[in-house]
Design a binder for this molecule. Structure first.
Ligand code: 5GP
Ligand code: ZN
Length: 137
């Protein structure tokens, strides 16, 4: 098994685990962006969100919801930024789905999700909306 997160889930390599459930493991990021930076991962290996089976997706996001408050409270944070780099093109470095929970404080100097995009919009909302509705089916 070469996937580092599969190996953490199986307990083959150490990690600072904060929650272990049958289908989901949560542990501290080894290079935290802030104190309390947690990664929540499904047990089943899947590279991207769209590769997750529905039960794994349910379990993953249930755990994210369950941990968001305790992570914030444990660190005395004001909020959390929760995000997923979904696919290599987005900068995802570990190809096993993981949800980042990063505690936030009012003057921590970090931005919002909006600050990672330069806003390169070329199409109308109506055009994009109909394209996505067609794809969703
Ligand atoms: P990505 O850029 O793929 O969304 O985030 C991957 C994250 O995994 C990074 O923040 C990185 O610090 C973390 N990471 C990579 N390898 C390990 C590891 O072996 N152990 C832990 N705990 N975190 C890791
Ligand atoms: Zn894996």
């Amino acid at each position: 098994m070469s996937c580092i997160f599969c190996r953490i889930v199986e307990g083959e390599i150490p990690a600072e685990v904060v929650a272990r459930e049958p289908e989901v493991t949560a542990f501290l990021d080894v290079q935290p962006l802030a104190d309390g930076h947690v990664l929540v991962v499904p047990r089943a290996h899947a590279a991207c969100i769209e590769d997750l089976e529905p039960p794994a997706a349910d379990a993953l996001f249930r755990t994210v919801v369950r941990l968001a408050g305790p992570v914030r409270e444990a660190l005395g944070a004001a909020g959390t930024t929760i995000g997923v780099n979904n696919g290599e093109a987005t900068g995802q470095t570990v190809p096993h789905v993981h949800v980042h929970i990063v505690p936030r404080w009012p003057d921590d100097g970090a931005g919002t999700i909006h600050t990672i995009f330069p806003r390169t919009v070329k199409r109308s909302l109506a055009d994009v909306g109909s394209a996505i509705r067609r794809a969703v089916g």
